[in-house]
Design a protein around this ligand. Structure first.
Ligand SMILES: Cc1ncc(COP(=O)(O)O)c(C=O)c1O
Length: 398
């Protein structure tokens, strides 16, 4: 059978990270490539207890079909969580909250509702591969704008908006960007919002890592500045409760939300009730702040260890972004280095990192960077893996 694949999917390749992860199923491989929460971070006891309670008390609701907007008590718990994390994020008169099947679905539904073939989407370059592939699947024109140490280049965004004033979407990860590790300054958040307003573009603000800040002051979400409905906010509990639950949320203006709900009905009808109900119980009865604080302590230690190992074993052979939060360190080899050769040689020595070009708006663009994750590996794996990478690096950077 010759399958006639749709134009929207024909050019899409499997995610480079997923492909690398296939090679890393081997337990001997040190996992710096994934973006998984630490196995030590899951609140297993609490979830086990809550799961029994949910099934004992509300089995039918947990196992039955439900409404697309999401389990009502979870939507309330999400609103309370958002208000604590990002005061003023939701305007209760104008905005609504939709429970989605992971932040990934929030990105997809937003794209589905807003994007036509050929539309312009501005993104940070580099950016989250899952979002880039989603946009690509809608046959849009992705325009990458360089990421600077304090977030996307505002001049770069403005130049594209001037050239393409009908740009539809600006996709941003303002906190602890994946993969770049940097955080957007308040001045840039304000500037990009003003540009979106001026040109009638929607900002999709993706904030899965916002709760995981290890140092410095919180910077308010762009959505908290939004008085005009130009911002759709997307987040999830993947990094702070469980990615396997697939529970995330969107906050957007009610007019747009009506369409997002219809798009969700076409996609999966609703997010699984069992994990919605467990998430709601977790948010309402466990001390989520204490849980996040313990994750922060765990990850801050791992980040510090990875950064000090970079200093020890990479020396001045590379530059890197020390992230204020999140899960990733972004390293850059000198211009002209054989980054791909380095990544392959590292994998031969059983250390997996992700080549930077996987995250480029134009995947054929040259990149001298690679991404490392510090939440998944153990402290010993970080120390051993960095020593191995340091040795491999000597063959690629003199
Ligand atoms: C920036 C970014 N957005 C969205 C997601 C999707 O997260 P979820 O597991 O909630 O679908 C991820 C996952 O790694 C991510 O890094």
């Amino acid at each position: 059978m010759e399958y006639r694949i749709s134009d929207r999917m024909a050019a899409l390749k499997p995610s480079a990270i997923r492909e690398i992860l296939k090679n890393t199923a081997n337990p001997n491989v040190i996992p710096f490539a994934a973006g998984n929460p630490s196995p030590d971070a899951f609140p297993v006891k609490e979830i086990s207890k809550i799961s029994s309670i949910v099934l004992e008390n509300s089995a039918v609701a947990a196992l039955q079909y439900s409404v697309s907007e999401g389990y009502a008590p979870l939507r309330t718990a999400v609103d309370n969580f958002c208000e604590a994390q990002e005061p003023g994020l939701k305007d209760n008169d104008l905005d609504d909250t939709l429970i989605v099947t992971g932040g990934q679905q929030g990105i997809d539904l937003t794209a589905k509702c807003l994007l036509n073939e050929g539309d312009i989407v501005i993104c940070e370059d580099p950016s989250f591969i899952g979002a880039l592939n989603t946009f690509r699947s809608y046959n849009v024109k992705l325009m990458g704008v360089p990421l600077e140490s304090d977030g996307i280049s505002i001049e770069g965004v403005e130049a594209i908006l001037k050239e393409y004033p009908r740009t539809k979407l600006i996709y941003l990860i303002p906190n602890f960007q994946n993969p770049g590790g940097c955080t957007m300054s308040l001045a840039k958040r304000k500037a990009v919002y003003e540009l979106a307003k001026k040109y009638g573009a929607i900002i999709l603000e993706d904030n899965p890592y916002g709760a995981l800040r290890y140092e410095n002051e919180h910077i308010p979400a762009i959505k908290t500045l939004d008085t005009t409905g130009n911002v759709v906010y997307c987040a999830s509990f993947s990094k702070i409760i469980s990615p396997g639950f697939r529970v995330g949320y969107l906050v957007a203006r009610k007019e747009l939300m009506q369409k997002l709900v219809v798009a969700k009905q076409c996609s999966d009808v609703h997010t699984p009730m069992l994990t919605q109900m467990i998430s709601q119980q977790f948010l309402s009865t466990c001390n989520i702040d204490a849980h996040i604080s313990s994750m922060i302590r765990l990850y801050r230690t791992k980040r510090d260890l990875m950064c000090s190992m970079i200093d020890t074993y990479f020396g001045d052979k590379i530059t890197y972004v020390r992230p204020e939060g999140g899960l990733f360190v972004w390293c850059t080899m000198p211009c002209g280095s054989d980054m791909i050769g380095f990544v392959k040689a590292a994998l031969e020595k059983n250390v997996a990192v992700v080549p930077g070009n996987a995250f480029c708006a134009d995947p054929s663009a040259q990149s001298f960077s690679f991404r490392m994750n510090f939440s998944t590996p153990t402290a010993t794996q970080i120390t051993d893996g960095m020593e191995i990478l340091g040795d491999v690096l000597k063959n690629f950077v003199k």
